[in-house]
Design a protein around this ligand. Structure first.
Ligand code: BEZ
Ligand code: FE
Length: 291
């Protein structure tokens, strides 16, 4: 076939997929071509705009390194990461809701004993982070692994600081009753990395780059879906305009004040301290072998 035009080129490209050895590749490719062609027909780009788009994608790729993933950031800022997350986590009603992983997760964070102070005094007011891990049937999950990471009170993660050692992050395990606790620092709201193409896109779209203050959690237990989520601080700015669309009502928490003594989770508190508390509930599944 020859002589393709605005009307027949879409079907012609899709017809070329007929011999794909993978039905899934064929389905994805056909859908991509259909939607992409419809998008181009709708916006009718000038040649200069098309070149600008190619340049944007080229620079997005060039910005990527072992410590920077600009394409994931693009996916985050366009709401695609949260859409993929929603499609893949149609969880039972009682399971804790999920949200984006983000670029500041570090695999194999040091495992610490319950009660360890995981953030230095220069990183913000001490924050007791405590809670429990249960199955949807209410069963406490002992020895579950709980990865915790958060920004400091200036809005920076440890991995964003020059030569800094890991801080504001750790892995802790639950006790026999499914409880855990560590002492971190009260985090601040912060902008996502915006010195690259995604930052330029946000500027062009008239959007701010901020995320509300939050603490990240990854909770894993054998026989359960690994939970990737955050708790957002109820007093934070940007809860209604998170640049990556990650906020869910069920994940917003008011900070309490832990009084001196022992908390219901077994945390030992010497002086009154703000506390972020959550009982996490994991859905049953195969993906959660605790590492
Ligand atoms: C974060 O919360 O760490 C994050 C998530 C998505 C994009 C950038 C940062
Ligand atoms: Fe974060």
């Amino acid at each position: 076939m020859r002589n393709f035009d605005e009307k027949n080129i879409t079907d012609a490209v899709i017809a070329r997929l007929a011999d794909s050895p993978s039905p899934r590749v064929q389905q994805i490719s056909a859908s991509l071509v259909r939607h992409l062609h419809d998008f181009v027909r709708e916006i009718e780009p000038t040649q200069a705009e098309w070149e600008q788009a190619i340049d944007f994608l080229t620079r997005t790729g060039q910005m990527c390194s072992s410590t920077r993933q600009e394409f994931i950031l693009l996916s985050d800022a366009l709401g695609v990461s949260m859409l993929v997350d929603a499609i893949n986590h149609r969880l039972p009603g009682t399971a804790t809701e999920t949200t984006v992983l983000g670029p500041f997760y570090v695999q194999h964070a040091p495992e610490v004993a319950r009660g360890t102070r995981i953030a230095g005094p220069g990183e913000g007011p001490a924050l007791l982070i405590e809670g429990s891990v249960r199955s949807v049937d209410g069963q406490p999950l002992a020895d579950a692994s709980v990865d915790i990471w958060h920004a400091d009170d200036a809005g920076f993660y440890d991995v964003q600081k020059d030569g800094a050692k890991l801080s504001g992050r750790a892995r802790v395990r639950t006790d026999a009753d499914g409880n855990f606790w560590v002492i971190g620092a009260v985090p601040a709201a912060y902008p996502i990395p915006n010195d690259g193409p995604v930052g330029q896109m946000l500027d062009a779209q008239g959007r701010h780059p901020f995320r509300p203050a939050h603490v990240h959690f990854m909770v894993a237990a054998p026989g359960h879906e690994t939970l990737v989520t955050h708790l957002f601080l109820a007093v934070s700015d940007y809860l209604d305009s998170d640049v990556v669309f990650g906020v869910k009502d069920s994940l917003i928490e008011m900070l309490g004040t832990a009084a001196p003594g022992t908390t219901p989770y077994g945390a030992v508190v010497e002086t009154p301290m703000p506390v972020l508390r959550r009982d996490f509930v994991l859905g049953r599944g195969l993906s959660g072998a605790a590492a």
